[in-house]
Design a protein around this ligand. Structure first.
Ligand SMILES: [Zn+2]
Ligand SMILES: [Zn+2]
Length: 230
């Protein structure tokens, strides 16, 4: 039980941090700078953390660019306003992701390894092996699909809740909201209204009562000279 809880919590937040920091803030918005070494390091960490649901960085960037450009309109790849259910919203996101075929990755070989069926299968089998080795009940295997789908699960929570529930600090033309109450699960990503109002601002929190945990970690990484930003 302790193993299952620790593994799930650790995996959840590592995968989330990689998506929020590397794919979203670094790749998509270029809010921070990384040396080629740390760029490659965080790409590999993203592959390890997202495992079977690894999202190709340039695909993510294209999809996310459309989300900002067409937020909550017909052309938004994942708007709860335009979708009747989370499943339908994620199906549209998946279809758009899969339709992208021109992808100029900076580390094409590493991305190809992360994106391969062999690698994705290896991660699923690893989760099964870990639960079989460190827990005493087969019921824990029910957690394997969650570990295997962390990328889309995080995306679904952010895209659905962040454009449906919460309050607005900024009057915008889209439906973005700040879902503060459950943001501790999403490390700053649920301050969607703040982020849409000022998409180049690294700290997604705008008020003193809002905390963007990814930004807090990035401040520490800057002190360690791993990331740079103004
Ligand atoms: Zn949004
Ligand atoms: Zn964004």
């Amino acid at each position: 039980m302790i193993f299952a809880a620790s593994f799930l919590i650790l995996h959840w937040y590592l995968s989330l941090f990689c998506q929020s920091f590397y794919l979203h803030r670094y790749i998509s918005h270029k809010q921070v700078k990384l040396s080629p070494f740390w760029d490659g390091f965080f790409l590999i960490l993203t592959i390890i953390a997202q495992g079977p649901s690894f999202l190709r960085p340039e695909h993510y960037k294209k999809l996310h660019g459309r989300h900002h450009a067409y937020s909550d309109s017909e052309k938004d790849p994942h708007s709860p306003v335009m979708s009747g259910s989370v499943i339908r919203m994620m199906k549209k996101t998946y279809d758009e992701y899969m339709s992208i075929n021109d992808s100029n990755e900076r580390f094409p070989r590493i991305v190809a390894v992360g994106d391969s069926v062999v690698t994705r299968t290896f991660f699923v089998l690893s989760y099964i092996a870990l639960y079989l080795a460190f827990t005493d009940s087969f019921w824990f295997l029910l957690l394997v699909p969650i570990h295997s789908m962390l990328g889309p699960i995080h995306g679904a929570i952010v895209n659905w809740c962040g454009h449906k529930y919460g309050y607005q600090n900024h009057q915008l033309t889209d439906n973005s909201k700040n879902t503060l109450l459950i943001d501790f699960l999403m490390m700053g990503e649920l301050y969607q209204n703040n982020h849409h109002a000022n998409s180049q601002k690294l700290n997604f929190a705008d008020n003193s009562f809002e905390i963007d945990f990814t930004y807090v970690l990035l401040r520490a990484l800057r002190r360690l000279r791993i990331v740079a930003y103004e």
